[in-house]
Design a protein around this ligand. Structure first.
Ligand code: SF4
Ligand code: ZN
Length: 711
């Protein structure tokens, strides 16, 4: 029997040899000075950058990094050597994959494999991770003993919200078994060979740099971070070759347990390397090993319900019925009622059910949810209503978009065939509202109206409620409220980050408005959102208050002492990493460029989203750069200290369209300018040339040109 240590060392040597030959081959082909860059990341070759502190930009530097990896692959018979050899193996794996990207910027395009993850994808994981919507990650290295078992395992993880990365033969088994794959449904076919594990480690170390501000080169800190904050583990099916065992050594060093059914020549390491002969028990053993507890809400529906289905897309040909609020009368409404007027768990369907609609046809739906509770407030109505989107999307076979009377819901044939009917929308809303909001909701009754004859009048009535709420929101300004809230939800990844959420400045993730924070605070007074008073003003224009500083100092554990609400230059608010947009100063025009996560192209700062985003994060203040939510862009408080939204000189076209109306209205109010959105450049007029940007602004008479210099 070969010792476990020797299997790690032999596997590491094998990975190293492969990396060496790949690097030699690609250098022979393209030369030492050829550029080496992974797409859509500002973290270079992230494993090398993280563990060795080297920024690889050419193939020559790639070779130098490889040489350093060799020195890490020590092979004395000690645990420390096995761990560092394991990490060395992960870096070598990244190098093998990188060689593919040196030849072709998109080597996996058109294949079934995902390959490299963009920084935007890493950031997208921020919110679901902190809310424990994604309770963990599994890396499955297969094939499983059978296709059925592969499907069962993947679906088992999916139904628990666990994000699954697949490597090797399990991918074809998943495809053969009809499992939907992709980043949005949280099952990602990473690659065919074991070295594609490099992409996963790259994602992990970037999470540590982005959210945790872990410094490149600090090997120990990376392992600390992944151990404490990334709930990952590995399932490796027998037979496990040495090269995979070596990767397992790396995983264990990072704090990720490995569960396998391979009994040959594998030694057990308590809590870290676990043999589970019965592959059907992989899930249970894995969750226990990584100490992941999953909250289950029992919902009486005939299909699965899990956050993993949130990103599921139902195509037209898979669609049983289309509930289309854009062309017909549909709406969703939450109303607060007196306790005596609500009968708990009463669900009424008023009108024909799905059976009456031809396959692929349209139907109408108005959802009225009446809630009552001793601690309920009418301010929570919109907070609850906005949750419908997430709740209904978690149903397997349901796709939901929009809100209020502009909703669109698609139901798949599969869900219909399984027995899903209109009533089940009610069951889901009932169960989730009761379990997630039990602090404010005592009773819920739901009416699902599908009768077109009744919907017109009901929709008009619902619109009156929306209008009344909008009126209230309009009057809800930073000045009109007594308190703000801080949010420290992201501290599980960014230990010193604190968001201050005000009526006019929502959390940078875009998911937490002042009302949301208020509701969160009332639901759980010791939870992530705390009251912040604003009694002692230091400077109103900056949004600087003594009480806010005190609160931030307390909740950042002393890391931050001064924060302003309205400035990008003086003590700006920090970022965790999951911001929707990033804004940075464009010196030539004296303005700022804003770019959202979805935009892949260049900006006039000469940086992409990823590159700009890498300038800030991890709870550190970085004057000149600021992460923020989309809805903050049109706020009267946006960059108020620097003159307001008139500083915005560039926005991606898509984003501009999303905020156009509000932006124009704010500019009209603040400066009396009409059509401000059209004065702002986008990628259709200029991508990365500041001179061209300035020319455009001059032509449009953009107000920034007459403002004081920023710096
Ligand atoms: Fe994280 Fe801030 Fe959003 Fe809270 S408001 S979840 S701290 S980004
Ligand atoms: Zn965050």
């Amino acid at each position: 029997m070969k010792l476990l240590f020797n299997r790690v060392f032999d596997g590491a040597a094998e990975m190293y040899a492969k990396a060496e030959s790949e690097v030699s081959a690609v250098i022979a082909e393209l030369g030492e000075s050829a550029p080496m860059k992974m797409p859509d990341t500002a973290y270079h070759l992230s494993c090398i950058y993280a563990y060795l502190g080297r920024k690889v930009t050419t193939l020559g530097e790639l070779r130098e990094a490889l040489t350093e990896v060799k020195s890490k692959m020590t092979s004395n018979q000690r645990l420390k050597d096995a761990f560092s050899s394991g990490i060395g193996t992960a870096i070598a794996a990244e190098i093998i994959e990188a060689a593919k990207y040196a030849r072709n910027a998109a080597p996996y395009e058109g294949t079934k494999y995902h390959g490299h993850f963009s920084d935007a994808e890493v950031r997208e994981l921020g919110v679901p991770l902190v809310t424990r919507d994604i309770p963990g990650f599994v890396v499955i290295i297969g094939p499983a003993p059978s296709q059925e078992e592969a499907v069962e395992l993947i679906k088992g993880y999916q139904s628990r919200g666990i994000f699954a990365f697949l490597i090797g033969g399990i991918i074809d088994q998943a495809i053969g078994g009809g499992v939907g794959l992709g980043f949005p449904v949280r099952v990602v076919p990473v690659g065919e060979d074991i070295w594609s594990v490099g992409h996963i480690i790259s994602l992990v170390v970037r999470a540590a740099m982005i959210f945790g501000a872990v410094q490149p080169g600090d090997w120990e800190e990376f392992n600390e971070y992944s151990f404490h904050r990334i709930f990952a583990f590995v399932n490796a099916f027998a037979p496990v070759p040495d090269i995979t065992v070596a990767c397992g050594g790396g995983a264990i060093a990072m704090g990720f347990p490995v569960i396998t059914d391979d009994e040959n020549d594998i030694w057990v390491v308590p809590k870290s390397l676990i043999i589970q002969k019965n592959t059907k028990d992989f899930i249970e053993t894995s969750l226990e090993a990584r100490d992941i507890k999953i909250k289950v809400t029992n919902i009486d529906i005939p299909v699965a319900f899990s956050s993993a289905f949130e990103g599921e897309i139902i195509r037209r040909k898979e669609m049983r019925v289309d509930i289309d609020g854009a062309t017909t009368d549909c709406f969703e409404l939450v109303r607060m009622r007196d306790l005596a007027d609500v009968e708990d768990h009463k669900i009424v369907v008023d009108g024909p059910d799905i059976d009456a609609v031809e396959v692929g046809g349209k139907m109408q739906l108005g959802t009225i949810v009446e809630v009552a509770g001793k601690n309920m407030q009418s301010d929570f109505e919109p907070v609850l209503e906005r949750k419908f989107h997430a709740f209904l999307n978690c149903i397997e076979g349901v796709m939901h978009t929009g809100q209020r009377d502009m909703i669109r819901v698609r139901l798949s044939n599969t869900a219909y065939d399984a027995g899903f009917r209109v009533r089940h929308f009610g069951e889901v809303l009932y169960a989730k509202l009761k379990s997630d909001y039990d602090a404010v909701i005592d009773k819920v009754q739901i009416t699902l109206v599908t009768d077109p004859a009744k919907l017109k009048a009901l929709r008009a009535e619902a619109n009156k409620s929306y209008d009344a709420r909008d009126e209230r929101l309009k009057n809800l300004t930073d000045e009109s409220v007594e308190v703000f809230y801080n949010c420290i939800m992201c501290q599980s990844f960014s230990p010193s980050h604190v968001c201050v959420v005000t009526p006019e400045r929502l959390g940078l993730c875009g998911a937490v408005s002042w009302l949301d924070a208020k509701a969160t605070n009332e639901l759980d007074p010791n939870g992530p959102c705390q009251l912040v008073t604003k009694k002692n003003v230091i400077d109103e224009n900056l949004g600087a208050y003594e009480d806010i500083n005190e609160s931030v100092a307390k909740y950042s554990h002393g890391a931050l002492t001064n924060v302003t609400l309205y400035s990008i230059l003086q003590d700006p608010m920090t970022s965790c990493g999951c911001f929707e947009c990033i804004c940075g100063i464009e010196p030539l025009s004296n303005g700022v460029s804003i770019v959202n996560r979805e935009h892949m192209g260049m900006t006039p700062l000469g940086m992409t989203f990823s590159e700009m985003a890498s300038m800030t994060g991890g709870g550190v203040q970085t004057p000149g750069f600021m992460g923020h939510g989309k809805h903050f862009i049109a706020s009267k408080k946006f960059l108020k200290a620097e003159g307001g939204i008139a500083r915005i000189v560039w926005l991606p076209k898509d984003l501009k369209e999303q905020v156009r109306d509000k932006l124009n209205a704010t500019a009209k109010d603040l400066y009396g300018i009409d059509g401000f959105a059209d004065m702002i450049a986008d990628e259709s007029v200029v991508e990365e040339d500041p001179e061209a940007l300035l020319a455009f602004l001059t032509e449009k008479g953009h107000p920034v040109l007459s403002m004081e210099p920023l710096m």
